[in-house]
Design a protein around this ligand. Structure first.
Ligand code: UT7
Length: 335
């Protein structure tokens, strides 16, 4: 039976480090508050004048993943690109990666599931691989938040959290018994769409209208997050969807060798770890260095965990995400 394995991983983050101290110069915030409430020490923000865009960063991460998989870019037969911060309103960045990598005219799919985008993309890729449709799928999660954040005190509840970066994987079929993606689970609850959203510019908030009305109260062009509300849902949904994956495979929490959660808030990861009884070293976190990079957070974390030798042959790796939509999902991978 064919299943899907991760054959190569890579990531790219911009060099520009923005510390909590740097933010305290821009707005009324401080290192102690940010560390205590989020666990974040610093994040990477694409500096002004840089050529990095979500697609460019995605391509850089993809080149590393392609190399680590031991294939050529020309071997990639499908692209999936997850982001909430595309280069343009349209077209999506998937086609830009196809062009930047100089790959033949293969299909390129854009996924719009925010923090859960990578897990959604992984699940879609898994179906294509298992059905025999594709042999080398390039899945990217990439975000450039920094350019669109409200970097004043007004926006501090959101802007201190988000960072820029990209991660990518190459997915291939494997016939090795019991290996690869064992299961994946996807969910949504659209009634909470506006609790974490960027509503304008869009077909609801056309740029013309925003500019003509010139209403200083209309902050629809900045991301909005009802932090407490999102937090409460996140801690429940993370546990629920991980348990769902474990039940589907007749496994238990004690079987997990490494949980790589979407890096939303260190307190969320620690809460889930405690509630699920996952021991020391069983949960990978790097939000301290990069903040919340939304669709990029899981592949960046996975790439670093792999570099650090934290995923060994036969290990059970669990991915889980929750975010805007609301959307959430999980996947279990036998490494
Ligand atoms: O990735 C998608 C999923 N996202 C998440 O899961 C994020 C979930 N939410 C969170 O992580 C947290 O809710 C936040 C980190 C966003 C906020 O932490 P919190 O503990 O919920 O703080 P809060 O919003 O309740 O704010 C507490 C206080 C407020 O002041 P008052 O009203 O108590 O005087 C805020 O104005 O902290 C103030 N505050 C800040 N102070 C310094 C808010 N942001 C900041 C800031 N620096 N950056």
């Amino acid at each position: 039976m064919i299943s899907t394995k991760i054959a190569g991983i890579g990531h790219y983050v911009p060099d520009n480090v923005v510390t909590n101290e740097d933010l305290s110069v821009m707005m009324d915030t401080n290192d102690a508050w940010i560390k205590e409430r989020t666990g974040i020490h610093e994040r990477r923000w694409v500096p002004e004048g840089s050529d990095d865009t979500p697609s460019v960063m995605g391509t850089k991460a993809a080149k590393v993943a392609i190399k680590n998989a031991g294939i050529e870019a020309s071997d990639v037969d499908f692209i999936i690109f997850a982001t909430l911060s595309p280069d343009y309103y349209f077209p999506g960045p998937g086609v830009m990666v196809q062009d930047q990598l100089g790959i033949d005219n293969i299909g390129a799919l854009d996924v719009r599931n925010q923090c859960s985008g990578f897990v959604y993309g992984l699940s879609v890729a898994d179906q294509f691989i298992k059905s025999g449709t594709y042999k080398n799928i390039l899945l990217i999660g990439s975000e450039l938040h920094s350019g669109g954040l409200d970097k004043t005190t007004r926006g501090r509840g959101v802007s201190v959290i988000f960072g820029d970066g990209a991660g990518a994987v190459i997915l291939q079929p494997t016939e090795e018994k019991g290996k690869g993606i064992l299961t994946s689970h996807l969910h949504s609850e659209g009634k909470y769409a506006k609790e974490l959203a960027l509503l304008g510019p869009s077909t609801h908030h056309w740029v013309d209208k925003i500019m003509i009305e010139n209403n200083p109260e209309d902050l629809s062009y900045y991301p909005y997050m009802n932090g407490n509300f999102v937090f409460k849902h996140a801690v429940t949904r993370f546990q629920e969807v991980i348990k769902e994956a474990l039940e589907a495979t007749n496994l238990g929490a004690s079987d997990i060798d490494l949980l790589i959660p979407h890096q939303a808030n260190l307190r969320i990861s620690q809460y889930v770890q405690k509630k699920m009884g996952l021991g020391e070293g069983k949960v990978f976190n790097n939000i301290m260095k990069y903040g919340n990079t939304t669709a990029a957070s899981i592949p960046i974390a996975m790439s670093e965990a792999w570099q650090e030798g934290k995923m060994k042959d036969g290990d059970l790796v669990c991915l889980a995400a929750f975010g805007s939509g609301f959307t959430w999902g999980s996947a279990l991978i036998r490494w």
